[in-house]
Design a protein around this ligand. Sequence first.
Ligand SMILES: NC(=O)c1ccc[n+]([C@@H]2O[C@H](COP(=O)([O-])OP(=O)(O)OC[C@H]3O[C@@H](n4cnc5c(N)ncnc54)[C@H](O)[C@@H]3O)[C@@H](O)[C@H]2O)c1
Length: 259
Amino acid sequence: MAFDFSGKTVGVTGAAGIQGIGFAIAKKFLESGAKVFLCDLKEQELEKAREQLAPLGEVKAYVMDVSRADSVEKVFERAEQELGSIDVFVNNAGIYPQSMICDMGEELWETVMNVNLKSVFLCSRECKKYMQEKGGVIINAASFASLLGSAGSGAYAASKAAVYSLTKTLAAELAPYRIRVNGYIPGVIETGMTAGVIDSKGKELVEAIALHRLGSPEDVANAVSFLASLEASYLTGTFIEISGGKLCVQNPDFPWKQK
Ligand SMILES: NC(=O)c1ccc[n+]([C@@H]2O[C@H](COP(=O)([O-])OP(=O)(O)OC[C@H]3O[C@@H](n4cnc5c(N)ncnc54)[C@H](O)[C@@H]3O)[C@@H](O)[C@H]2O)c1
């Protein structure tokens, strides 16, 4: 089902990579009638993404470092000036560095926390300013690492567990302003972030998924579009897993071998 976002403005962070989840989310909202602003650190990729999406509707591209308050504040101000309102905001940007916790430098730890977690605080604080009169929707990228530890990427897991908690607190604190706050938990989605692990362990990963396939960025975009829609108007403080049934059962490969 396609939802109608005509007259709405949607911001998406981490939207520069045309193979990434943020780009697919932006595309889905444009196809559903919204005006969209793409935010990312990578200026050249951002401009390419904007050019590619421009035939679908009104789309702007703003360089934003999600971990810096001054950068976030400037972009929100500009987006509202140029697009008239901010109705939906997707905190999608994230980084996934690999390191065992005790081998990790302090600087990398701080970068992960700033990009994955502080970003949600900074952008949600701006969302309240711009959404509090008319209401709005904030949607945050969580992860299975929000729910479980993750050996080899523990700082990522800690940051995403905190995003899970922050989403729930924000849902309560912003409810009086009719701002809903929800999140999404992607399973294994084929993007630049997962390319390395898919290359080395693709078959194993697929066998651990009930539906026996990896997810696409479009699978995630469909769920995010639902969370932003009027049909989800009683959902706040909640998460949708988009995983093809990852971790829904032990031994998900067994039924495929029996078939
Ligand atoms: N791909 C998956 O399987 C998967 C699984 C679980 C969670 N997620 C989450 O979904 C989100 C999107 O993941 P993806 O796979 O599309 O990743 P990706 O690496 O393809 O895209 C992430 C984007 O974030 C941008 N970014 C990084 N640091 C930034 C900063 N400081 N300011 C602004 N932008 C910045 C990058 O430039 C990039 O365009 C992430 O939060 C990720 O943790 C993805």
